[in-house]
Design a binder for this molecule. Structure first.
Ligand SMILES: NC(=O)c1ccc[n+]([C@@H]2O[C@H](COP(=O)([O-])OP(=O)(O)OC[C@H]3O[C@@H](n4cnc5c(N)ncnc54)[C@H](OP(=O)(O)O)[C@@H]3O)[C@@H](O)[C@H]2O)c1
Length: 307
């Protein structure tokens, strides 16, 4: 089968489209015929060597496709079922930028009925992060004020829709040409981060969801009200700032589970969450897809069309 693999030759890491062996099904796992694979920042960060990958390894994690084989011990799913989920090598899988991947059954669920396979493949990582942050970690409620740093990206676009559904007041930071986009998703306020400092206009927020990190993360503490919470997908809690502003801080890590994927599918199929795919690439152009995700400031998700 064809796969986009990271290889390391003479100390130089490269992404290559290779013919490799199809993975063999195993206990607790599902062999998936991958039809579409969603691209996340994590994918280009591994490809660029930001994080160490166990080369040679197939990149990608999010997918939508059809079950080809069911491993021992897996119940409730059968060959031919349309599913979506996560199969990153960092998540017990074999990588989704391939014609087949092996995924932990615990990271797979039936595909949302109202989404195309491309849309479904764009949802697992971003949707799971938004769902976990807002409903489980923040337990965001009606009338609460949330600022999303980086609201026009993959996680942010799902988080805006979910936060509005939960009844929150939602402000986001984004680029000037993304203001109409985030407002169309339901954002109450959009702050052009290049035109002004968010701390000049945002005060006494119940929560910040930080998807940018660095200086933006550290400056965000001051816009929280006492007792408020900042969650970041990139930065660890800062003890000094927690003490200074009397707030809570959480570092969020991915955990794509069948339960969360089922909840996301319900939210999608009931019209609460829409998924926007901006552009698709064939598997042969996986390198360009990663580069586009990294450099082209996409408004929506990038998908690799494998079928
Ligand atoms: N900890 C974990 O387990 C975990 C899991 C998933 C994701 N992550 C990380 O979480 C981050 C967000 O993920 P994502 O999928 O939403 O990424 P994304 O699609 O790249 O979204 C990030 C957004 O932030 C915007 N941005 C950049 N600098 C900004 C600034 N100074 N102010 C406001 N917005 C700014 C970007 O705009 P432009 O596109 O215009 O630059 C982009 O729209 C990524 O870095 C990802 O690697 C971590």
């Amino acid at each position: 089968m064809k796969a986009a693999q990271l290889v390391n030759e003479d100390g130089k890491q490269e992404l290559e489209i290779k013919d490799v062996e199809r993975p063999a099904v195993a206990e607790g796992k599902l062999l998936i015929e991958v039809h579409e694979a969603g691209v996340n920042p994590l994918d280009w960060k591994y490809a660029e060597g930001w994080y160490q990958a166990p080369t040679p390894v197939t990149v990608g994690g999010d997918f939508a496709g059809v079950i080809a084989e069911v491993g021992p011990g897996v119940t409730g799913l059968k060959p031919g079922d349309e599913v979506y989920g996560q199969a990153g090598f960092y998540n017990g899988g074999t990588g989704s930028f391939a014609q087949y991947d092996l995924a932990e059954a615990a990271s797979v669920a039936p595909k949302p009925k109202t989404l195309s396979e491309a849309e479904a493949s764009a949802l697992p990582m971003t949707g799971m992060m938004a769902l976990q942050a807002l409903t489980e970690q923040l337990q965001l409620g009606a009338g609460q004020k949330l600022l999303i740093q980086g609201g026009a990206g993959g996680i942010g676009t799902i988080a805006i829709q979910l936060a509005k559904h939960l009844g929150a007041h939602v402000a986001v930071t984004c680029a000037a040409d993304e203001i109409d986009y985030v407002k169309s998703l339901g954002a109450d306020e959009a702050i052009d981060f290049r035109a002004r400092k968010f701390e000049e206009v945002a005060h006494a927020y119940d929560a910040v969801y930080d998807l940018v990190g660095g200086d933006v993360y550290r400056r965000s503490y001051q816009i929280l009200k006492s007792g408020g919470t900042i969650i970041s997908t990139l930065e660890r809690p800062d003890a000094e700032l927690i003490e200074k502003y009397g707030v809570k801080a959480i570092y969020q890590s991915y955990n794509v589970t069948t339960e969360r994927l089922n909840s996301l599918a319900e939210l999608v199929d009931s019209g609460v969450i829409k998924v926007h795919v901006e552009k698709t690439f064939p598997l042969e152009e996986a390198h360009d897809a990663l580069s586009y995700q990294e450099n082209a400031h996409p408004k929506g998700k990038i998908v690799i069309d494998i079928k």
